[in-house]
Design a binder for this molecule. Sequence first.
Ligand SMILES: Cc1ncc(COP(=O)(O)O)c(C=O)c1O
Length: 327
Amino acid sequence: MKKSFFTNSGTEADDTAIHAAKTATGRHEIVVLRHSYSGRSATALSAMGHSTWRPLPAQVAGFVHARAPYCYRCPFKLTYPECGLACANDIEELIMTTTTGEIAAFMAEPILGVGGFIVPPPGYFERAVEITRKHGGLFIADEVQTAWGRTGDKWFAIEHWDVQPDIITSAKGLGNGVPLGITVATPEVADKYPGLTFSTFGGNPVSMAAALAVIRVIEEEDLKRNAAEVGAYLRQRLEELKQKYTVIGDVRGLGLMQGVELVRDRETKEPAPEAVVKVFEETKRQRVLIGKGGLYGNVIRTGLMLNSTKDHVDEMIAAMDAGLATV
Ligand SMILES: Cc1ncc(COP(=O)(O)O)c(C=O)c1O
């Protein structure tokens, strides 16, 4: 992928990718995932798979929503790997039954962020993308949350699977505080983008200088490696909390993108959003701010900075431990 278009947000990056995929293929239907998030425009709101963030019914036609690769709450009540990747295989039936049979793209987050840090199982993207290409579609990896080393060792989270996207979108960590969205595509896709287009502030010098500085620091300080190492330590400490507190149903993630799903009962997996709120009251008291997400609002999303140390992890874990003790 060599050609980029710069905008101001992840929403615009996704909109640009969707537009590019439609014009490059001449097709209009797009497979997206349930539990996904893609932004605030009419197109992005129609694409997302999350009622919490969708105030109106879909206004843009053509999106079909595939079952999420959510192993902890498998939509087919199966277990990996005996499942045979049923969620990926189902995309074929989805295309054959709810579209014209020929799609423009499959757009997915390598880890579903807002959806609660859902990590697809090994082999998922290989199978899903194979089906996508069989039906004429491009693969768009929405890396708005997952790129720039966040998941450890790799620039992009999709590199943890053996697939090549046709388009990648990103934002957030690239600007690291300044507004910047990017859509990068293969020349074959980008060159078919029709007519003239521009974005007033897209690619402005301040945002671009910030992004170059971010990339330079990630390289110079070896932060991809740091995210893998400190992320592994974070994971180990979260697993220890899981041993201690039955309210923790699942710990999952890659690198410094680790989530903790809270449940009322480990057998029934009934979501415990009220427990997350209680944990947050205590962590906030200890001046540690943590995010939450998931369709049921019951997933704690840790968002440590890329240059975090094990001491930062210990500080956060201590606050979470105190919070969990109050539940
Ligand atoms: C995966 C994903 N895509 C797109 C977006 C939209 O980005 P923005 O809020 O910058 O418009 C987000 C925002 O959280 C996101 O997580």
